[in-house]
Ligand binder design. Sequence first.
Ligand code: PLP
Length: 234
Amino acid sequence: MSDAPATLAGRFAIVQASVADACVRAGRDPSEVALLPVSKTFGADTVREAIGLGWRRFGENKVQEIQAKAAALADENVSWVVIGHLQTNKAKAVAALASEVQSLDRLDLAVALDKALQTQGRSLDVLVQVKTSPEETKHGLAPDDLLSFLDQLKAFSSLRLRGLMTLAEASEDESRVRACFQSLYRLRDTARQAGHSADRLSMGMSGDFALAIAEGSTEVRIGSAIFGARSYKA
Ligand SMILES: *Cc1c(COP(=O)(O)O)cnc(C)c1O
């Protein structure tokens, strides 16, 4: 966005207005769609500035980054939401620091998280990540495996199932992007019919949130449109 406002407050305002506009165009109430700011690669100072604007929940994809920012922001009450692929050896740190994991995609991770949570006497909201796009690089449970996975999740008393998450295919073709979101929407119906309390649909990012909202998203995860372009050289 070449005409993006220079301040963080300005960019938050633009994104919030765009999300609200997408809701109205989809015939939905803007209060149905939450905004999760994704602060990955941006430092604790930037997150502190966002906290000053009233934001308390932040999406991150690396546990080490959460650890560093949580330490620097120990004086603040922040909810860290894990949205990136997680290795099981990070379960202890996640159990200690995160309030939610949206990238739960396999049984051994559920086992490791539940064990760490039991030890720490905590529990965690989880969204199950489903692979709705054909790209090799994307993580997530195969749609066909979702129901049996949700059944297995019931055994883990520290994990509270809240919904489903996906990343759409990165494509110029709108219909392919929409198909990913539609697939997650239908999977939630199937999950609910099977008795699972999977109400939330986390789908949509800076480049595709309007389509996701049109297809029923209840939460959009937005990074670059708020914080600016990411630099990974650190
Ligand atoms: C980085 C990331 C986002 C945000 O992406 P933007 O395109 O910067 O808005 C959303 N979801 C996941 C899982 C991510 O890793």
